[in-house]
Every structure is written in structure tokens, then in C-alpha cells.
Design a binder for this molecule. Sequence first.
Ligand code: NAP
Length: 498
Amino acid sequence: MSHTVSTPILDLLATILSGDAPTLPSIYTAAGGTPAAGGETFDSHDPSTGRLIARLARGRAEDAERAVASATAALPSWRDMVPQDRGQMLMRLAEVLEAHSDLLARLETMDMGKPLSAARGDMRGCVGGLRYNAGWADKLQGITVPLGPDFVDYAELEPLGVTVHITPWNYPLGMAMRSAAPALAAGCTVILKPAEQSSLTTLAFAELCRVAGLPAGVVTCVTGFGAEAGAALTDHPGIDGITFTGSVATGRRIGEAAGRNLKPVVLELGGKNPILIFDDADIDAAVEVVLDGAFDNCGQVCSSVSRVVLQRGIHDAFLDRLVDAAKGVTVAPGMEDAMIGPLVSAEQHAKVMSHIESARTNGARLLLGGGRPAGLEDGWFVAPTIFADVDPASAIASEETFGPVITAFAFDTEEEALALANRLTYGLVAGVFTKDIDRALRLSRSIRAGSVWINGWFIGGLQAPTGGTRDSGVGRERGEAGIMNYVALKNIGIRIRR
Ligand code: NAP
């Protein structure tokens, strides 16, 4: 096990935990941290209190340019490293990350608001993701092609090159690691652009890559706003691939940039995920699953349970039990480690509250919550909220809320349930709760989603592919599919006889 180390950037980050609000650099040169070229900064706040916790470098086109130059210069040595050595270096990075996971988890909680134990879980996931992908570094075998006795033909998997990773704020380091780890294992260099609301752990990660001995420029981080730093990176002609995790609207813009420049792109976007619960389901298990699926990370999960679609026979009893259970969900600042913390920002709070208001105006029946929890006047808190009798055509039933809000619907037949599940253009995740295996498998084929989870939620892991269909995205991450995003097949044909 590695020990924690002290570097100027890590020390500055640590001062945040004792109440300071330091000015932090971006990290995009061999020398490590530097201010943005224009000298500008932007503010980051603690969502539990609204307190200013850091000022970060506001990167723009010139900073993106320098990051791409650094990543391009670093590419040959990283790409050509003996794959086993590259894997070992990533294992070493995982050790360094693990040694600093307490600092990282606390920073994540302070920056993004999630409960500390959830942030600690995220850090374990990041370390595990690095180790899993490090194992791929020396296992990327190509193919040999049988062209007959006159030829030798084979195809190698070569690294894509300089890759840009634009990430959201809900799992800041988790989402960065989901794509950066396979990219690094494949031999690509990585430029990270974290969400402006929650950049601290991504900055720390870039610094820890230096600590672990990765060559300078292999991992760089440009902090700043999407329309400035993000767009400059995704539009840059010198990059070789983009992975974007975020909203559908931004995903479309990034898809357009990738199309203009003919770059491969992975788009991991939003969802409005339904769970279909049939009369024969194990109700206790289903209540537990909906509670966790809807309120984990304060509902700020792309794969949150959002639409609870209940067969008529259990509809009322299920909602009674769900409301009872949801009354026990504790809400508090992330550092107090309740079950849920605040939403990430004032903007997100306003968006969730406007969805709640629109549901009320549309005649949905409020069963629980609907506003700020008592005693939490500061920060961006919303109480766990449940609506029944929701009009399927209303905004709360159709648009991603990304907060602790459940909408419930009733159905009679399997066909109606399927129609409700498929009525939106999202297609990220769907769930089916039933003891009828034929029905579960039938629906798993008919529901239009990248993942279908049966009698559970958040099923998956580092090895299982994840991603959306339709408006929820393009491409898959995790597992073998995840690493294949960062390699290209190169065919080599040799004529050995005329
Ligand atoms: P977002 O507003 O789309 O932002 C995501 C990232 O894109 C941020 O870093 C943002 O920078 C950047 N960005 C914004 N405009 C850009 C542009 N024109 N060019 C390049 N980059 C740009 O999403 P979010 O609100 O942070 O995240 C929540 C969304 O992410 C939800 O819709 C959620 O479902 C989705 N999500 C999906 C998955 C999945 O696996 N499918 C996982 C997690 C989250 P700024 O922060 O500075 O604006």
C-alpha cells in the first residue's frame, strides 16, 4: 500500500477541508499546475451550505490548445510502452489513488454534496475500475485473417490516440475514471474536462497521475465551462476521440462537433427510467429497490428509477408501503452522512423545484415531500418526493428531473405497461419486477433500453456493458466494450508468394 504524499496542489486541495477557499490551477503541462492562460477563475461552492470552497482556472481555447499539445507530445512514449509495463503503471496509479481515497472522498462530498460514505464507495469503484482496466493493457489481441497460402494477413488493435473526456457532476471522479481508465490501458492519452460544479477530484486525479509516475502529458485536466473549455476541446482537430457523459442537449452538440471533424464519439446521456411492477412481484423487495433506485445520490443518477409503473392490483398497497419507507430516508449535509445530501447546485435545485411545481399544476397527487425538508434552510436540499396519478404526457413524466422525485402510474395489461415504458425517446435503463420468467424475458426484449434489470436495480459492474439507445446515447462503456472504444483495428497484409 502506498502512503499519502504532499504536493503543492494536493496541499491546496486539502486546505478546502479545513475551511479555506484556495485558488487552484488547471493541470495541462509537463510542469503540472498552471493558471488559465487568460488568468481568469470561476467559483465552486459547497452545495450543503452555499459556501465558496475554491476558485478554479477558467480554461478557454488557448488552454485547450496547450492540453492537446501536451497530450500529443506524450502519446508516442505511452502508446509504445510495453503493454505489461503500462498495465503495471496503472496498477501503481490505483495504489496511489487508494492511498489518497480519504482526501478524495471528502473533497467529493464537499464539492458535490453526496454523503461521505457514498463518496467513499465511489472512490472504491474508481480504484477497482483502474485495476480492472489495467488488466486489459496486455490482453488486447488482434486477429489473423486466413487469405490462403500466398498471404499473411493480420489486424492489430492500436490505440486511438489523444482522447477527450467530458464529464458530468453527479459522479465526478467516477465518470472520469469510467472512460479514462480504459483509454489509458489501451495506450491513449487523456484530456479531462470535469463539470464546472465539481472539478476538485478530477484535478486531484490528474495530480496523482504525476505522483504515480505517469509520463507528463499522459493525463491532463482543463477546468472551466462547457461552452468554453469543453467546446474548444471537442472541436479541436488534433484529437482522436471523444467520450462525453452528460445531458441529451449537450450530447447532441458534441455529436455534431464529432461529426464535423469525423472523430469517433461515445455519448452517455440521460434517462427517464421506468420500472414495471406486476401484481405477482415480491413487493417488499420491489419497495426496497425503488427506494434505493430513486433516491440514491439524491436522484442525480442517469439510471435512477424515475417512473414507477404499477399493475392495478398492487398499485395502492405498493404506494402506501413506499411512502412509509420513504419517510425514513434521512437528509443532511454530505459530511453528516445521512442517506441523501443536497442537490449539486442552485440551478439544479431550481430545476427540480420547477418540475415539482409543474406536476402539482398538472393535477398529479403529491404523496410525500414536494419541497425543502424542515430544518435545512441553507444549501440545495429537496425532500424525497412521490407523486401518484401522474399524467403520462406531463413534463414531470417525460423530462429527466435528476432529483429525488418518483412519479407513479397505473396499468392493467402487459401491453399497457410496455407502451408506458417505451413512450419516451429516452432508452437508458428499464426494470421489470415479476415472478413470471416468461414475461420478464419477453419484456426484456421488447423494452427499448440499453439495459433491462429484472427483479433488481443498479445491476451491473465494471465488467457489464452500459449505455443507452435512442436519445440516451451512442456506444457502450465498461467491460470489454469499454476498452474497445479506445482502439482501432489496423489491418496488415503481407504477400509472401507470387
Ligand atoms: P451537461 O450539462 O450536459 O454537462 C456535462 C459536461 O459537458 C460538463 O462538463 C459541461 O461543462 C460540459 N459541456 C457543456 N456544454 C458543452 C459544450 N458545448 N461542449 C463541450 N462540453 C460541454 O450535464 P450535467 O448536468 O453535468 O450532468 C447531468 C446529465 O448527465 C444528466 O442528463 C445525466 O443523465 C447525464 N449522465 C449520464 C450518464 C450515463 O452513463 N448515461 C452518467 C452520468 C450522468 P459545464 O459543467 O461547465 O457546463
